[in-house]
Design a protein around this ligand. Structure first.
Ligand code: PLP
Length: 393
């Protein structure tokens, strides 16, 4: 076989996939690793999609998305995110993933450095690799709810820095950034003339306080904000996201999509219109369910004296397993001994080491039983380590 392109061939798979593959081989596994809502897309959205297909929305849509949907999205970000925009600022993308990749494609040249949160979403570094750009991690601070460490971020900026990626609410952290931290990042970006991509895929899943959009704080001319309907409306399979950017950048995003995906599914776009114009109780109900599961998880972990950072949004929880050794060994041990699957924190960057990610997208009974077993293994591993340390003495 002829040689494949080195960029993709040399890009490592995300550690999440590896763990999911191992978990699939365990028939009675309790899977606390999934990042896909266990809710079905609300029926009025499904109905609207079927109707759209019957009505003939089966042709190529424009590369930037239907104007009707872009207008609705502009209205949504105006009222819910405080961004003063029109449809000219909005481009419909293939999920948040497509929005992020196209944004990086438009902003980063080969060799440019992209500053990524650590721990952060596992798909960011492969995106940088595929574009021949260099991922550079900046640490989030678990002691401050996984807020960005601004001094550490500033120290990593070089003449090649092109983009800072912010994620709030965060995956895997569940951290929701405060306005002061976002302002600090924006000031740094302005001083060093760097773009900001603000990944706000979980903007509607916030448990306490409010979600602040970075671009609402100023400097909107250097911020590209990525949103998706995947999490808000349990629509992960529909592949529908959008980017809000200065109009000239938005035009480039539309152009950049043409050779990559052409455009986003016309039927999914019509479903998106129904999601935005239909009843919004489903959004609140799902968010409430994730909050209840967060509280349940916290109660189990508190009862077992296992450390974690209390998430304020998204649907993940980072559990401290540092007493039990490295996160990959811990996750494998947990799977083998207790048939519980979690994602090792190291899959999200070096600063995720010592933690594992637990998902709140699952049945509450499975969640609490899985965490009870996890706590059991943490206690057992810590004892083993203490014993072996004692033996060495
Ligand atoms: N950004 C973050 C932080 C995510 O966690 C995800 C999905 O898990 C995405 C973006 C992409 O979402 P999608 O492509 O499903 O819209």
């Amino acid at each position: 076989m002829a040689r494949l392109a080195s960029t993709v061939a040399g890009t490592p798979h995300s550690g999440i996939r590896e763990m999911l593959a191992l978990a699939r081989a365990v028939p009675d596994v309790l899977n606390l690793g999934v990042g896909d809502p266990n809710f079905v897309t609300p029926s009025h959205i499904i109905e609207a999609a079927a109707q759209a297909a019957r009505d003939g929305f089966t042709k190529y849509p424009p590369s930037e998305g239907f104007a009707s949907l872009r207008q609705l999205l502009a209205a949504k970000v105006k009222t819910r995110n405080g961004l003063d925009v029109t449809e000219e600022h909005v481009v419909v993308t293939s999920g948040g993933t497509g929005g992020l990749f196209t944004s990086l494609l438009v902003l980063a040249d080969p060799g440019d450095e992209i500053l990524l949160p650590d721990p952060g979403w596992a798909n960011y570094p492969p995106m940088a690799h595929v574009l021949s750009a260099r991922p550079v991690f900046y640490p989030l601070d678990p002691g401050r709810g996984w807020a960005p460490d601004l001094d550490a971020l500033a120290s990593r900026v070089t003449a090649r820095s092109k983009v800072i990626v912010l994620t709030s609410p965060g995956n895997p952290t569940g951290g929701v950034h405060h306005a002061e931290d976002l302002t600090g990042v924006l000031e740094l970006a302005r001083r060093r003339d760097i773009w900001v991509i603000s990944d706000e895929s979980y903007d509607e899943i916030v448990f306490e306080g409010t979600h602040v959009s970075a671009a609402a704080l100023g400097d909107a001319d250097r911020v590209l904000t990525v949103f998706t309907l995947s999490k808000t409306y349990a629509m992960t399979g529909w592949r529908l996201g959008y980017v809000v950017a200065p109009p000239a950048v938005a035009a480039s995003l539309g152009k950049a999509q043409e050779p990559v995906v052409g455009s986003t599914s016309s039927i999914a776009q019509k479903a998106g219109e129904a999601a935005l114009t239909g009843p919004q109780d489903c959004v609140r109900e799902m968010c409430d369910a994730y909050r209840t599961r967060r509280d349940l998880a916290a109660a189990v972990l508190d009862g077992a004296d296992v450390g974690y950072v209390r998430p304020r949004g998204a649907f993940y929880l980072m559990v401290d397993v540092s007493a039990a050794g490295d996160s990959v060994t811990f996750a494998r041990t947990l799977l083998e001994r207790e048939h519980v699957s979690v994602v090792p924190g190291s899959a999200f960057g070096p600063n995720g080491e010592g933690w594992v990610r637990v998902s709140l997208c699952i049945d509450p009974d499975v969640l609490s039983e899985g965490l009870r077993r996890l706590a059991h293994v943490v206690a057992g591993c810590s004892r083993d380590r203490l014993t072996s340390a004692g033996t060495l003495d």
